[in-house]
Design a protein around this ligand. Sequence first.
Ligand code: ARG
Length: 457
Amino acid sequence: MWGGRFAGGPSAIMREINASIPFDKALWRQDIAASKAHVDMLGAQGIVSAEDAALIADGLDKVAAEYEANGVPENWDLEDIHMTTESRLAELIGPAAGRLHTARSRNDQVATDFRLWVRDAMDQAELGLKQLQVALVSRAGEHAASIMPGFTHLQTAQPVTLGHHLMAYYEMIGRDRSRFADARVRMNRSPLGAAALAGTGFPIDRFRTAEALGFDGPTDNSLDSVSDRDFALDYLMAAAQCSLHLSRLAEEFIIWASQPFGFVTLPDSLSTGSSIMPQKKNPDAAELVRGHSGRIAGCLTALMITMKGLPLAYSKDMQDDKPPVFEAASLLALSIAAMTGMVAEAKFRTDRMRAAAELGYATATDLADWLVRQANIPFREAHHITGSAVKLAESRGIALDQLSIDDLKAIDQRIDDRVYAALSVEASVAARCSHGGTAPDEVRKRVAQARVALGLE
Ligand code: ARG
């Protein structure tokens, strides 16, 4: 394709280090679509004849059909998907194929193909995350009033509801969806027609090709068009942040499924056994989601460092943009699917959760709040009085509401037996009715809004 000025061919090492076809063959659909948009425009503008344009378009369809049926052949001499397709086109239709690359460079071609691919990946991530939200909301609705311990420092803090806990992930995943959606809006401009770096003297119509490929319009600077990989970095950033959320959710399932917790029974379909310990059921899928988040963050780091310090415009370093994006996309899709299945099918052991919420003095704050409200004691003092009650109960190995009224009065005279009503875990969650709080009615309200937002109502 470019041998005219060379006396010798590339060495074996050159061929191998140069070849991107082993991975960029994944772009074949985008490459065909972009070439068809380009040649249609060349024909419409009279840059190539209508006959040649039709011949090329038809030939591209034939190449696509071959790829579909047999896969993309990997010939390192042809370097990448762009040259592989053009070379096969030439075999099929003859010299007219040579007119396809008029007013185009592989630099704008690869930027266009890759954008189209990343745009699809953003859409797929968004769709997958929406399904995860559907699963979260449906389980949260079931468990709007199921009580579990809430933790800080992984120490029992205050009772919350399982529905509230699951809806926290609904919020996180919502932000992830919006990150993909924002990135999509920002990236949806067509670099096609920027040519190698400076634009072209041919009377091309960049608006036409942009529209044909579903872009909102062409990019506005040819140098930026061929050297910009922000869209890939935006995708990886959104993917990395999303995978952090998925790994936190995965971690919760891992902890909850452990025997001392016993809050959840994981679906058999997303667990594995042990080859030596017959009793084992391991949360491997969740652990791999937790692990994959590290790899996805690595993909983001890899591309950031590839792009750092590159002068304008295209440099071959940028060929290395694709493997991290492809890797992150497949890891993310698997992670989303695994967590969606886990949320949808997990058996929550609400009896164990409720029993755990009774332990660890989770309603101590409720006692302090009661002292503030009923006895008009400043919160700091109420905190101290409650601490003494916890200390006494702990020394006897009993719960707060198992202390007798005489014991409580011995700690502070102002306590009376109305306090017991405030010390149950039900009273505790019901009391937390501030906007966004864990009270079952608040959770139901948020679940209802979410169901509308997801189009379930
Ligand atoms: N295989 C290349 C890539 O993926 C295509 C662009 C080549 N451009 C060039 N000037 N060598 O980045």
